[in-house]
Design a binder for this molecule. Structure first.
Ligand SMILES: Nc1nc2c(ncn2[C@@H]2O[C@H](COP(=O)(O)OP(=O)(O)OP(=O)(O)O)[C@@H](O)[C@H]2O)c(=O)[nH]1
Length: 363
């Protein structure tokens, strides 16, 4: 009688302990879940957090996220993120092929959650017995499809080692919650990447891949205040290709485009990584040179003029030669950037008037 009372107290202590533990883990998990739309939390970090919390909550040996190669016609499952047995994030697991595990693939695609008490004997998971489960001593599996637009795009796998295990209904619901959260996070990540691409495109010149006028105006503004604070010089080159209309007339628009692309490469290769090369439009370019006195900017302009004159652009078996006129200006940090641009533009005009293939300093 006394022994029974002790046993029951021990059981109560144990279940109280598990209850407290679960309350803590659930709170942590909910905090992680709430970050699914917060892109300031890195994508990999978010997935790592969610599978680590899932592992603790469900008290399993490993949690992993897998995505199908093609949701409409899946042939492979690719490991996207996973914990190791010790609760750390580890390197990717080998891919799974539909030809090796057809029943498992079919079940996940159907959307059915697999809560396999004994994964070695469960008909949905026994395909993994010899090659996967036995060598790793995995005994129980709780696998939940990740859905997007009504299609299973992947699966969250929870693996228990050593002993078969009954999965409680709250555990199944929790695993499904984690899979749904992964689904939304993947979508947020995709949208975020698209937005990054669009932003990039909005600031990029399509033909040359250089930054465009919109980028230059934003960038110049921030560089001007940085240089003003640090009391450092900022210079700019305005470059205009000479008699470009004639090149277009002689070689066609595509020939002209080829010249613009090769000249862009020439600029990018010549300047430092921190210099900003932009195409303003047409055959007009700007290079912004941070931390550069106007005398050094003149040297850069000289090298660029020489390189342009020496460049032979291969186009349809012909070689196109061209020259450039360059205006150099030190950016006036106390005036709007447009004033410095205008000064450089006037210097270009003078270079053209003086016979082209020239450099002039803005006064
Ligand atoms: N191929 C090509 N041509 C362009 C592009 N943008 C503008 N142009 C052409 O560039 C030529 C510029 O001609 P102009 O402004 O007369 O200048 P230019 O012939 O270079 O003469 P100068 O500047 O006085 O030396 C025009 O024929 C435009 O059609 C482009 O993206 N690709």
């Amino acid at each position: 009688m006394k022994k029974l009372a002790v046993d029951s107290k021990e059981n109560d202590d144990l279940s109280n302990h598990r209850h407290n533990e679960l309350t803590h883990v659930t709170q942590r998990l909910r905090r992680v879940l709430s970050k699914e739309v917060d892109v300031s939390v890195g994508h990999q970090q978010f997935l790592a957090d969610i599978i680590l919390e899932g592992k603790a909550l469900l008290d399993v040996s490993r949690v992993s996220i897998w995505l199908f190669d093609n949701a409409a016609n899946p042939t492979r499952l690719i490991n996207y993120a996973n914990t190791d047995w010790d609760g750390l994030i580890s390197s990717p697991l080998p891919e799974l092929q539909v030809t090796d595990y057809p029943i498992y693939f079919r079940t996940i695609v159907s959307g059915e959650t697999i809560s396999a008490r004994n994964a070695l004997t469960d008909s949905r998971t026994s395909e993994f017995k010899d090659g996967y489960l036995k060598p790793q001593q995995i005994a129980a599996l709780l696998d939940t499809a990740i859905f997007q637009n009504g299609l299973a795009i992947g699966v969250v796998c929870c693996e228990g080692r050593f002993h078969p295990r009954d999965w409680l209904s709250w555990e199944v619901v929790a695993a499904e919650l984690i899979a749904d959260c992964c689904s939304r996070r993947l979508l947020v990540h995709e949208l975020w990447q698209m937005q990054q691409q669009l932003t990039e495109m909005a600031f990029q010149d399509v033909l040359t891949g250089l930054k465009n006028r919109r980028y230059l105006m934003d960038y110049a503004k921030s560089e001007m205040s940085r240089h003003q604070r640090a009391d450092r010089p900022l210079s700019l080159l305005m470059i205009d290709l000479d008699r470009f209309k004639k090149i277009n007339d002689k070689y066609g628009h595509d020939g002209g485009d080829e010249v613009l692309k090769r000249f862009s490469d020439c600029c990018t290769n010549l300047v430092r990584a921190e210099d900003c090369v932009c195409r303003l439009g047409g055959e007009e370019f700007i290079i912004l040179l941070p931390e550069t006195e106007v005398a050094s900017a003149m040297n850069v302009a000289q090298r660029l003029r020489e390189e342009a004159a020496a460049l032979k652009v291969a186009y349809e078996g012909q070689e196109i030669s061209f020259t450039v006129s360059i205006g150099v200006a030190e950016v006036n940090l106390n005036m709007p950037f447009s004033k410095s641009l205008k000064a450089a533009d006037q210097a270009v005009y003078q270079a053209k008037a003086a016979g082209r293939d020239q450099i002039k300093l803005a006064l």
